[in-house]
Ligand binder design. Structure first.
Ligand code: ASP
Length: 424
């Protein structure tokens, strides 16, 4: 059982440690702040944070080690997570709805190239960004989701439009984009989503895939025949956004931002392939990078939202758990969840709804329910990832079974707390 947690008490203890360190020149003030936050959101003794109202966010789970994260990048990511928490808090502090807080926070993360959602989304196998998002209002159980959109700057906003301005819950691809336009939401050029880092991540994933699939040559070396070029055109290559309702543009493989094509049979996933989607073979990085938020507002209402580019090297048309209500995103009147991780597992184990169902039917405290599903059910199944969750009483849970999860929390006192690693 976890001890009851008093953020203020915990912080003052840690601040004492920080004061001891600082004069010795061991840590900068931002490092001290980071260490304090990491300890506050530690996973080995999860805190029982319980604000009257508040917001929790994630920026993806995976193999995230201190060695692989430069101090500059870590600081930049912490700053964006803090900004997202503050954007959500600003809504909640003036009595706004949890739904608005969730979308405000997610928009900040979608606009940042550091996270796999909106700008900076990962590329699919064909060098295209296909984005998924969902939002759910716990009070009304209204939900909206979009999948496979390629020209929507903030997919979370389109998911909300689907919820509020259509009779549907989920819209995909060109139909979703046509709906966006009908609602006055502009389409953006596909190259808006391009980042060199994600492009290189795809190239490494493709190289790894080819190496695994190539039949050995007589010398025992993998064949190079039939390979797709590893270097795509420069980022300046104009994207070819196809108009909603139009068929995809002609195939041009491995070009960032271009319309998807049907992969030739040789590129179809092989049954039993050991390639794990989303893993960078160079860094071993499973950083999925999806973003999400859950919030409890001053009226006692919950909401959840999730936005993602999916998983690097996913096949054209693959949809993960994020936009699937009950899998990656779910909220009702007592529980709200947003997930990140290997989506196929989260879909098959209906992770978000399973957590809330355990709260509802088994009367389990939310942290226990969330931890059980992530650290027991999913671990046994081999599914990597984590969730953020809140209940109506303000209990917060952020379990993950990977080595890290970008995450943060803000309560009514307005103090943002951001953590990344498993161990403080
Ligand atoms: N869950 C997302 C998906 O499978 C990936 C992630 O969380 O980063 O599409």
């Amino acid at each position: 059982m976890s001890p009851t947690f008093s953020p203020r008490m915990h912080r003052s203890l840690l601040a004492g440690t920080a004061l001891l360190l600082a004069p010795m020149g061991c840590a900068t003030s931002s490092q001290v702040g980071a260490a304090r936050d990491e300890a506050a959101l530690r996973t080995d003794e999860p805190p029982r944070v319980k604000p009257k109202w508040g917001l929790v966010i994630h920026g993806g789970a995976g193999v995230i080690s201190r060695e692989n994260l430069s101090p500059e990048r870590e600081a930049a990511m912490r700053a964006v997570l803090t900004q997202a928490l503050q954007a959500g808090h600003a809504v909640l502090a003036k009595g706004g709805r949890s739904l608005d807080a969730v979308t405000a926070a997610i928009r900040v993360l979608e606009d940042s190239p550091y996270f796999n959602a909106g700008k900076g989304a990962v590329f699919n196998h064909d060098g295209v960004n296909e984005l998924d998002a969902a939002v759910m209002d716990g009070k009304t159980r209204m939900a909206g989701a979009v999948a496979g959109v390629r020209h929507i700057q903030n997919p979370i906003d389109l998911a909300r439009l689907v919820m509020e301005k259509s009779p549907h819950v989920m819209m995909v691809g060109d139909g979703a984009e046509a709906f966006a336009q009908s609602q006055g939401m502009p389409l953006v050029d596909a190259k808006y989503f391009f980042t060199e880092e994600r492009w290189q991540g795809l190239q490494r994933a493709l190289e790894q895939e080819r190496a695994k699939e190539a039949p050995p040559t007589e010398q025992g070396q993998p064949s190079t025949q039939g390979q797709t070029p590893t270097q795509g055109p420069s980022p300046a290559t104009p994207a070819q956004p196809s108009a909603p309702g139009q068929p995809p543009a002609p195939p041009v493989p491995s070009s960032p931002g271009q319309a998807p094509t049907t992969p030739p049979p040789s590129k179809q996933p092989q049954p039993g392939s050991s390639l794990t989607p989303g893993v960078d073979p160079i860094t071993g990085d499973h950083k999925f990078g999806t973003v999400g938020a859950v919030a409890l507002d001053q009226h006692g209402d919950l909401a959840a939202g999730t936005s993602t580019g999916g998983m690097t090297n996913k096949r054209f048309g693959r949809v993960g758990d994020s936009p699937i209500i009950g899998a990656g995103t779910y909220a009702d009147e007592r529980c709200a969840v947003s997930a990140t991780g290997h989506g196929e597992f989260f879909i098959r184990y209906t992770v978000a709804r399973d957590i809330c169902a355990r709260v509802e039917y088994q009367d389990l405290p939310l942290p226990e329910a969330a931890s059980y599903v992530i650290n027991d059910v999913l671990v046994k199944a081999g599914g990597e990832g984590g969730v953020i969750a809140m209940d109506r009483q303000g209990h917060v849970a952020m379990p993950f079974n990977s080595s890290g999860m970008y995450r943060g929390y803000i309560g009514e006192d307005g103090t943002p707390t951001v953590a990344i690693f498993q161990q403080p």
